[in-house]
Design a protein around this ligand. Sequence first.
Ligand SMILES: *Cc1c(COP(=O)(O)O)cnc(C)c1O
Length: 224
Amino acid sequence: MGIKENYQMIKEKIPEDVTVVLAAKARSAEEVIEAIDAGATDIGENYVQEAEKIYKQLGSRAREITWHLIGALQKNKIRKALPIFDVIQTIGDYKIAEDINKRVEGVGGKIVPVYLEINIGSEITKYGIKPEYKYIKDLIQKISNNLENLRVEGLMTMGPRFGDPEKSRLYFRKTREIFDKIKALDLPGVIMKTLSMGMSNSYRVAIEEGSNMIRVGSAVFGER
Ligand SMILES: *Cc1c(COP(=O)(O)O)cnc(C)c1O
């Protein structure tokens, strides 16, 4: 099956209010255009440099879609990232949020929606914030109180990688519980609307556990 059929099949299988972000790392502009033609609305890139290349190649079509940064952001890439990305899903600590906030001022003081990346399995090899409710809540409050150019709009998690998606269920559930608790606080300046979790092999389980944004690569584009 081609990109179009794959994308549309996923859309048919999932609830309408779940956003599909195409994880487009190492894919060509042609492949991305095929997905946009099939109805794709959101694209995720892991690397700023790669995003920049595809963004340019898409020309006027680049603005038809919403751009998500789904890989860790290095301080020296922030300036290049800001004009491309509409959402930064990978805030892993206060420092990077502060650095981004500082640089937004340089590009005309827009508000950048950000998600906090939660290292839900507490894996030492993985990027992200430790999965402790109070710690996450305090960090969100610190961001919203001090960084006027950012707005926290959700949580993102990769979850530990398992062959069997059922093994991820508990991790997705834990992330959902933290999300719901923070959302219920209705913190000023915070709009907890997006829970970004689930990939090609796990999106069904993630949606069952409350995800409203999935990030899929190989299920749409084929194996790399
Ligand atoms: C690659 C990637 C995905 C998608 O992975 P697939 O298994 O190809 O669906 C999702 N999220 C992030 C952060 C990724 O890097």
